[in-house]
Design a protein around this ligand. Structure first.
Ligand code: 5GP
Ligand code: ZN
Length: 119
């Protein structure tokens, strides 16, 4: 799996404010900002401030950070008025569509989920 060091990691730069983003919420541990290329009317990325390449690596290294990411994603869903109608998606590995190797959760909402259940 590709790994990036924090110095060349886009999301580390967004967390640090070195690259601008449309931030919608944050905690001491996590930051939520709108995806630059939204796949749904509401598309927010929630990332831990601390660099880990995948959600699995985050879970292994800090359960508190992992919990905070999902708690913040749920808070943003409430904030956006979609607490009862959203999806959280995690892509792990380039073969599954992961392009940024800093752990993140996609919060998607605001469109009909026409495909219905995925699993
Ligand atoms: P992945 O494919 O790794 O699961 O998700 C990475 C996401 O980051 C993609 O949905 C992509 O649109 C988003 N993204 C890539 N570059 C930027 C950026 O510079 N700013 C923001 N806000 N999102 C980005
Ligand atoms: Zn990073």
């Amino acid at each position: 799996m590709t790994s990036q060091t924090p110095s060349d990691c886009l999301f580390c730069k967004i967390v640090a404010g070195e690259i601008p983003s449309d931030r919608v919420a944050e905690t001491e541990r996590s930051v939520a900002f709108r995806d630059i290329s939204p796949a749904a009317p509401i598309h927010v990325l929630v990332v831990p401030r601390r660099h880990e390449s995948t959600v699995g690596a985050l879970a292994a290294s800090s359960g508190d950070d992992l919990t905070d990411v999902f708690r913040l994603a749920s808070q943003v869903a409430e904030q956006e008025g979609v607490a009862d109608a959203h999806r959280m998606i995690v892509n792990t590995g380039s073969k599954a569509g992961q392009t940024i190797f800093h752990a993140h959760v996609h919060l998607l909402a605001g469109a009909a989920f026409t495909e219905g259940r995925m699993v």
